[in-house]
Ligand binder design. Structure first.
Ligand code: HEM
Length: 130
């Protein structure tokens, strides 16, 4: 459901975005198995962490303290994360944002995902060298 082109402004907005993204990502033919097979996620435990991660970036809530890079390095050891997977993750994330929100925070959510995704893939590849 489109938010009449409003920007992300509250934690409830981030919750809605994250839920919409995971609903699609888990069903995705290219990346779905990461969430259902490599690490079968319990969404009621996982989504609050993702909401904290994005709220920290977008709304300065400053309540995410974990290390997503290490989690994805471990994930890629179970099921290798290829560039095509990252490209799909990022395009799904960005299209989910575009379907729901519009404005500076929506732009920030897209640009930060791109930066983090590129860095993540680089760190994963570096970790494989050892
Ligand atoms: C191919 C791309 C990606 C895949 C398949 C993927 C998949 C996953 C999976 C399966 C988990 C759960 C890991 C676990 O609990 O052990 C996870 C956690 C997470 N992912 Fe990703 N991810 C991808 C890219 C990204 C990107 C680009 C971001 C951020 C921009 C991101 C942010 C996070 C965060 C914040 C967590 C939670 C880590 C924690 O438990 O604190 N992911 N991801």
């Amino acid at each position: 459901m489109k938010n009449s082109s409003e920007d992300l402004a509250t934690i409830a907005d981030v919750e809605k975005l994250v839920a919409a993204f995971y609903a699609q990502a888990m069903e995705d033919e290219l990346i779905g198995l990461f969430f259902t097979k490599a690490v079968p996620l319990k969404l009621e435990e996982h989504l609050p962490k993702i909401v904290k991660f994005w709220s920290t970036i977008l709304l300065d809530t400053n309540d995410y303290r974990d290390n997503p890079m290490l989690k994805h390095i471990a994930l890629s050891q179970k099921m290798k994360i290829q560039e095509s997977h990252m490209t799909r993750w990022l395009s799904l994330w960005k299209s989910t944002i575009d379907n729901l929100y519009e404005g500076p925070k929506a732009d920030l959510a897209k640009s930060r995902s791109e930066q983090i995704g590129i860095l993540m893939l680089r760190k994963i590849r570096m970790s494989e060298a050892f």
